[in-house]
Write a protein that binds this ligand. Structure first.
Ligand code: ATP
Length: 602
């Protein structure tokens, strides 16, 4: 269990949008303030050690060498001091880098964790709109860019900024006139920086957008690979990938070109300044208005003066990317889940929940104006097994999604044991409901972990008992390492029926009061179908069950079958009652039997 106190993360449910991204970032940085202070002290000491070195040489030249005093002792002392300063600078730089890396990595690890946690809380409607590829970019590379902000940009701004200040002070101390002359380049630096600024930002944003598209496209293709291969879409998809790849390539080139122009302009300016100062200073030395050592120190400082400016501009790009990443991350943090948690959740006692469900005049649409569920009313008694059939797109899965609160109803209410599901915490609601999807999701991990969903408080014995109960044990025993067999991502090595059996075992282990089954459509061999039928019988016992059936045989014994059409219940009754109605259900049944009734088709 994580016992560290969570930083005061911008509350996504309150006015976090008002927080500027930078302010929000500072909230994360706050717990590390003492580390940053120590880094600052190390930076100052490191700079002092660095900048005092040319001054030592100046003393050696002007006070000893130029005066022709033949004493070696002071020169040796100066040399030793010089070495001492170099070593100190190295130590300070090492400590400062380590501390900063630690603080930066800790902050970013925390943001990444919170971001991932926040993404978990977002509603299904968000996932409908957002490609998974772009979320991968946010969690991985955007947070990494933020790390660079702390470890590179911040370091550069503080260290190089302070170096500049120190150099100017030292130069003034040496010769104010020559310092003024050197500062003539400052307005030119400002002009170059301002003119490049917005162009670089746009270039960077463009390249990030291209990258995000590329990753999104790759992720989508990887998850739909079987379809691509089945429909021989490789060439078409490759063409589309190449277009995006080319787009990213162009964006990157433009970004690099802009950077090179920017940096080389500064280099040139630096060299021109050194030439200018050498000329001015050289004249002054010749006219004996300054000493030679002063000119040496001055030229060294001028070189060192351009180095930090160059460093800061090098970090400009990272700063741009960090700003973009920061905004993107905080945009996600500011998204409120469209399915909110109740402010004062009603705590239902799990032991006394009976599993009574009431869809009361429920209407729902994904997009305004197109009702997918239309004023639907359905009462389900505790322990009842309801079969749901209907035309494709009739709203069967949507009805189930509403019961699971993946989406909220727009009209009406859904009640479980008389309580509106919007008043129950989502965690409790999801514990109440066991969902077996059409394509049961298996995680990469062992069979054991897949059944107990990585909950180690559930023992291996419980898992084995559950698997035996649903008849999955024979299948698992045949696997290479039995319950320890590693399942590949999404359980791709298993058949749809086998995946469903494993999900049935999950239901037994987690004991939900309500079972929802979206039956697999894949053709099952008669043996697996029988296994599934008997497993379903076992799992549904004592539970309120809603079964979306694609094979009529699954639900002939249901207590009640509802036939959905255009978001409404078109027919309702037992198998026998529905057959007598000679409606759509009978038509479905005859189809399944291979006897199409001509009077009801179409
Ligand atoms: N996430 C979504 N966003 C927008 N529209 C959706 C979404 N999911 C489903 N729909 C639409 O809502 C309608 C009902 O879909 P739903 O999946 O509930 O039907 P269904 O009866 O389960 O169909 P099937 O048997 O084919 O799975 C369809 O017109 C579908 O296009």
């Amino acid at each position: 269990m994580n016992t560290t106190k969570a930083p005061n993360r911008p509350d996504t449910d309150s006015a976090s949008k008002k927080l500027s991204a930078l302010r929000a970032l500072s909230i994360y940085a706050k717990p590390h303030k003492w580390t940053f202070l120590l880094v600052f002290v190390c930076i100052i000491l490191g700079i002092a050690a660095d900048l005092f070195q040319p001054y030592l040489v100046k003393i050696a030249i002007d006070d000893h060498l130029m005066k022709g005093i033949g004493e070696y002792k002071p020169i040796i002392t100066i040399c030793l001091l010089y070495v001492g300063l170099s070593v100190s600078s190295l130590i300070f730089s090492y400590v400062q880098n380590n501390l900063l890396q630690f603080a930066g990595q800790s902050i970013v690890a925390r943001i990444r964790k919170d971001l991932f946690q926040h993404i978990f809380r977002l509603s299904m409607s968000y996932y409908d709109r957002t490609p998974s590829g772009s979320l991968i970019t946010h969690v991985s590379s955007d947070t990494e860019t933020l790390n660079q902000f702390f470890t590179q940009v911040m370091l550069s701004v503080i260290r190089d900024g302070m170096t500049l200040v120190f150099i100017i002070v030292l130069m003034f101390q040496l010769d104010p006139q020559l310092t003024f002359d050197s500062m003539l380049v400052l307005p030119i630096i400002a002009v170059i920086a301002i003119s490049f600024r917005s162009y670089m930002r746009k270039t960077y944003q463009w390249s990030r957008a291209q990258l995000s598209q590329l990753i999104g496209f790759a992720a989508e293709n990887l998850s739909g690979m079987h379809l691509i291969q089945a429909f021989h879409q490789e060439r078409e998809q490759m063409k589309r990938f190449t277009e995006r790849n080319q787009g990213y390539f162009q964006a990157n080139l433009r970004e690099i070109r802009t950077n090179v122009w920017f940096n080389r302009s500064f280099d040139l300016l630096g060299n021109l300044s050194v030439a200018f100062i050498t000329w001015l200073g050289g004249m002054a030395v010749l006219h004996k208005s300054i000493e030679f050592g002063v000119l040496y120190a001055f030229i060294t400082y001028i070189r060192q003066f351009f180095q930090p400016i160059n460093n800061i501009t090098q970090q400009w790009n990272t700063l741009q990317s960090a700003t973009v990443s920061e905004n993107r991350i905080w945009n996600i943090f500011s998204i409120k889940p469209e399915v909110p948690e109740p402010l004062q959740p009603i705590d239902m006692n799990p032991a006394s929940i009976r599993g009574h469900i009431h869809f009361s005049c429920v209407s729902f649409s994904y997009q305004a104006g197109t009702k997918v569920i239309d004023d639907l009313d359905l009462l389900i008694k505790p322990g009842e097994m309801i079969g749901i059939v209907g035309t494709t797109g009739a709203g069967k899965s949507s009805l189930i999604s509403l019961l699971c609160r993946f989406y909220d109803v727009q009209e009406g209410r859904i009640l479980v044991d008389g309580t509106d599901i919007r008043d129950i915490s989502q965690a409790q609601l999801h514990k109440l409901i066991g969902l077996v999807q059409q394509e049961p999701y298996l995680y990469s991990g062992s069979v054991l972990d897949n059944v107990r969903m990585f909950d180690e408080t559930i023992s291996a014995d419980e898992v084995i008992r559950a698997c035996k109960l649903v008849g999955a044990d024979a299948l698992i025993d045949r696997m290479k390492d039995g319950y320890e067999t590693r399942i590949s991502e999404r359980g791709s090595g298993l058949s749809a029926g086998e995946r469903q059996l494993i999900s049935f075992a999950r239901i037994i282990v987690f004991q939900p009061k309500i079972l929802i089954l979206d039956e697999a459509t894949a053709n099952l061999d008669s043996h697996t179908e029988q296994l599934i039928q008997s497993a379903l019988h076992t799992v549904a016992k004592g539970r309120t069950s809603l079964i979306i059936a694609h094979r009529i045989s699954t639900i002939v014994n249901a207590n009640r079958i509802i036939v959905m059409r255009q978001g409404r219940i078109a027919e309702e009754g037992t198998h026998e009652q529905l057959l007598k109605q000679h409606g759509y259900y009978e038509q479905l049944y005859l189809h399944a039997q291979g006897r199409v009734s001509s009077s009801h088709t179409g």
